[in-house]
Ligand binder design. Structure first.
Ligand code: SAH
Length: 217
């Protein structure tokens, strides 16, 4: 038996811990297409990241969130648990959409969550009412530039975005700065890759993710 001692006097740490437990209990991503870079951000990392987003005041009570490449919905649904008013979850894989909706139901937030089966870069996606975009998109490891439609979608949404991407990615800063956006790379974390990727990627099981805040001019 392993005991984890929490600082119960620290309400933020307790909140993050509770969110991590909630998100860890969600049904994971149902698919494992390597081409679509399908995997689930684990609940612990998602909770810590969402707490950081909240610390920027980008996830205030009542805000409207879009999660692009939502998978099982862990990020958009986590944002709901942090007090967002509603979330749009955009995902190309129908089975993942079904899981995301069932996760929304299990969290009793389905009424405020819209799951849209759409392919970013191909289908029109209305992000007009959105206050903040949160996205862990495909990083373009398998299909080069698979992340580009997501970067374009953020640019055209014109609202603050938080993105997780390969820690080695160099293009994000240049693309957004060229468009006059503020770019802040505020964190890094180990990211657990599913076993399927070990055969395809050079990494063995873990890779390094970084977190960017992109703010419109
Ligand atoms: N955001 C989730 C899933 C990350 S995996 C999480 O962090 O756990 C990336 C997701 O993007 C996959 O579910 C994949 O199916 C989806 N995806 C890939 N290309 C896409 C596209 N062009 N449009 C919409 N979703 C896409």
């Amino acid at each position: 038996m392993e005991y984890i001692f929490l600082d119960v006097r620290n309400p933020i740490a307790m909140r993050v811990r509770r969110l991590a437990m909630l998100l860890s209990g969600l049904e994971p991503h149902p698919s494992n297409s390597v081409e679509l870079e399908q995997y689930t951000t684990d609940g612990e990392l998602a909770a810590r990241w969402l707490a950081d987003i909240s610390a920027f005041s980008d996830l205030s009570e009542g805000c409207k969130v879009a999660d692009l490449g939502a998978g099982n919905g862990v990020l958009g649904l986590g944002a709901m648990a942090m007090g967002a008013e509603c979330a749009i979850l955009v995902e190309t894989d129908q089975t993942a959409c079904d899981v995301a909706m069932s996760n929304a139901e299990s969290m009793c937030v389905a009424d405020s969550v819209e799951v849209i089966r759409a392919t970013v870069g191909l289908d029109p996606i209305d992000l007009d009412s959105i206050d903040v975009v949160i996205s862990n998109p495909p990083w373009g490891r398998q299909i080069e530039r698979a992340d580009r439609p997501f970067l374009e979608a953020i640019l055209s949404a014109g609202v603050t975005a938080h993105m997780m991407h390969n820690a080695g990615a160099r293009h994000i800063q240049s693309i957004f700065e060229a468009a006059g956006w503020g770019v802040e790379r505020y964190g890094e974390a180990d990211f657990a890759l599913p076993v399927a990727y070990e055969h395809h990627a050079r990494e063995r099981g873990r890779t390094r993710a970084a977190f960017w805040r992109l703010s419109p001019p």
